[in-house]
Design a protein around this ligand. Sequence first.
Ligand code: ADP
Ligand code: ZN
Ligand code: ZN
Length: 754
Amino acid sequence: MPFADVILPVPLDGTFTYAIPAEMQGKVVEGMRVVVPFGRNKAYVGIVARVHNEQPQDYEVKPLMHLPDDRPVLLPGQLSFWQWISDYYMSPIGEVYKAALPAGLKAEEGYRPRTETFIRLTANYHNEAALHAALNMLARAPKQQSAFIAYLQLSGWDMVDWSDVPSCTINEISRDELMNASETTLPVLSQLVKRGLLETYEVEVGRLNSGGDPHPEHIKALSAPQQEAFNQILFSFLKKQVTLLHGVTSSGKTEIYIHLIQRELDQHRQVLFLMPEIALTVQMMQRLQRVFGSRLGIYHSKYSDAERVEIWQKQLSANPYDLILGARSAVFLPFQRLGLVIVDEEHETSYKQQEPMPRYHARSAAIMLGAKTLLGSATPSLESFYNVQTGKYGLVKLTVRYQGIELPEIQVVDTYDLQRRRMMNGPFSPLLLTRVREALDQGQQAILFQNRRGWAPMLECPQCGWVPRCEHCDVSLTLHRTMNQLTCHYCGHSYQIPAACPACGSQQLRGRGFGTEKIEDQIREIFPEARVARMDLDTTRTRNAYERLIADFSAGRTNLLIGTQMISKGLDFDRVSVVGILNADAMLNQPDFRAYEHAFMMMVQVSGRAGRKGKRGQVILQTKHPTLPLIRQVVRHDYNAFLYDLLAERQAFHYPPYYRLVYVYLKHAKDSLVETASIEMGSRLRQGFGDRVLGPDKPVVSRVKTLSIRKLVIKLESGINMPKVRQYLLLARNLQMQDKRYAALQIYYDVDPL
Ligand code: ADP
Ligand code: ZN
Ligand code: ZN
């Protein structure tokens, strides 16, 4: 009797063997979905990894229950891709399966109906008094209250003009969207529905992108330097699978990508275009759609699951999208004839998945797909730069901006000195305010960058120094004025702002530092005539909010944009003449070996938003450390000097890219237990790895969501036998977990952490 090894969506290593019943014989093949019994009375949709005739000896196999499809949902090669991710990132294959397939394909009932549940405020509460009464009523049900408030904010009900409700715009909010944005659960929402505050309704999900006819004639002719780079890329691909395109901001990398894509499409091959974050896709999507029309498909997690299932099916069909634009999960899509992968902004850390498993890096994964791969960036990652140096990747450089526009002039402002002389206006230097004023007067736009959202990074009692902290995490809370609450940026929990200091009774609690909310507030005061917008996580929780902010700024309806790192990324605006980096030090002072790397890239990327069209842009960089070599390298746009300095340091201190890092995390509710376990784990690992093991240590934030955390670091020299390393690591973890005291202990590995 034949058997099938099946991958199940469970966090256990390996596959599970089932018997293939007579009526299914000959029909079951690798990559197919099967429904199988598991545990006492559960059924799962699994994926067939292998069909064979080897009867398992030590247990009785159960038969497959059901075959939902008549062909595989995976294409050849995808299973070994999963296996690579599972091995390399030390994550059970079941976790890879969970990450890879849209939920609709993993659900037992097969594909979900094409509707999505939306939520709205019931008509009874479309007036201010009733709404206030409702909020008061919910005071004793804080979870419901915060879910309800989140709904009001997302939908815009918190901003309506009560004298004219019918003409106010209320956003449609899907249930998933609300749950994603507010960490709310289904039961909490059901309570609100039961109370008659909210009601649900079904909406048919948007049909797949019907982008219209392709228009190859919209492709722009390349400039001479761009054409040269294009040719070099093709030449490089003759010898290397991977090529790095290092092109300064606004050099026209995107135009080159478009030419490369068209070339692949002409040769009947598909292209995968990866972007680091969903937030960035709007402008890119429009640029690609203009040329490729309905040949372009978009795939990312903000799309509904039904839409993602549909795209998956289409990619299996005879008429797949030729070009897929997606965030990191798009590497899991089936491609029938993939010719090229483009990894745009390849240095971006959001390519690495943090939670949950598998903690994979989409750039590394994309390369494993085996197609020609182009990595593009104005600030390449150290890893990629190193791979160029060692000859593994090809390199193509584009050093001039399109139409020869100069890179922005970066002026450094010493805020330490200005503060001493009492010349700072809150977070703004006189020079910055002058430049912003000039920009606005001349009909230009300005961008202000501050990498902290909220009103103030912390609240503080000026009398006794008391600072409110999260009950569940080891961090101070961020003050949010618009929502009138304190929020934990680690677990999302929010708290009321205390009226007085619980330690000394002082009523003068005040916020310390500047978040984007406060910056916005002060800017509005200084420039009352400016049309100000703010772009951060808080203002972009809905799918459309981000698009609206971008569209408004693009069209000049707003002229002063304040934002977090969201604004640093790949955006292309024509009229931005000034960019202000309000506090470079906040980025430099992170306790992480990558702090300088991230800070440098962030500053270059943010600066790159200035002066992309027309005249040279200006950047005002505010720091207390104007003489740092790194700051001077930013000013000179001297990426190479920065890289060589950093590489030398990394080599000296045994850090990537010279050494490979594996972080070991241990988590448990009880601090003393995680302490003992991590010390034991440390010596266990040292038995195998000797002094390659550092720690255990408490990470900077040593408690998150009520779990205490310890961290060990393993530094592995290149050339070490990685399969053996992995084997030892898995064994060490299993041995540690066998101890009954550690039943609830979590141990996981993060390979190539960022
Ligand atoms: P990058 O991706 O390197 O930041 P972009 O491709 O966004 O640069 O180019 C910057 C701006 O210059 C964009 O608005 C783009 O449309 C324009 N541009 C670049 N190259 C060309 C070209 N060959 N013809 C016309 N416009 C171009
Ligand atoms: Zn106090
Ligand atoms: Zn918290």
